[in-house]
Design a protein around this ligand. Structure first.
Ligand code: HEC
Length: 105
């Protein structure tokens, strides 16, 4: 969690903002994001490999581009655990490095 929060500050905060609120129509929110909380695999894929094209987050359409951030699998797991357990999000099944390693593009 602690390392995840550092990774978040370094790599994610510039777009998704300090409280995960995002920027309407440009950067989707992570706080209370139905996408993040319900699409676990897709979210890991997004962080690991990048994400572009149309997605719907909390009923709002986004058609942006997030590039791959070059994180190692354990860093992806740490940041996932941070964002899925912050700002009102709760995730009882922690993401592990092994789980991230198995997810392909
Ligand atoms: C340069 C800006 C930028 C940075 C940096 C960035 N993102 Fe994103 N992120 C986006 C955009 C834009 C989308 C939506 C892409 C689309 O429309 O297909 C997105 C989508 C997402 C999603 C899926 C949608 C949602 O809101 O639940 C997750 C999860 C996510 N980002 C997590 C992260 C994490 C974790 C980091 C840091 C490791 C990060 N992002 C860094 C711009 C960024």
């Amino acid at each position: 969690m602690k390392r995840g929060s550092e990774i978040y500050s370094d790599f994610c905060m510039s777009c998704h903002l300090p409280a995960g609120e995002g920027v309407a129509e440009v950067f989707p929110p992570l706080a209370k994001s139905d996408y993040l909380m319900q699409k676990r695999k897709e979210s890991i894929q997004a962080i690991k490999y990048g994400l572009k094209g149309k997605i719907i987050v909390n009923g709002q359409e986004y058609n942006g581009n997030m590039s791959a951030l070059g994180l190692a699998d354990d860093e992806v797991a740490d940041v996932m655990n941070y964002i899925t357990n912050s700002w009102g999000n709760e995730n009882d099944k922690m993401v592990t490095e092994e789980e991230v390693a198995k997810i392909e593009k």
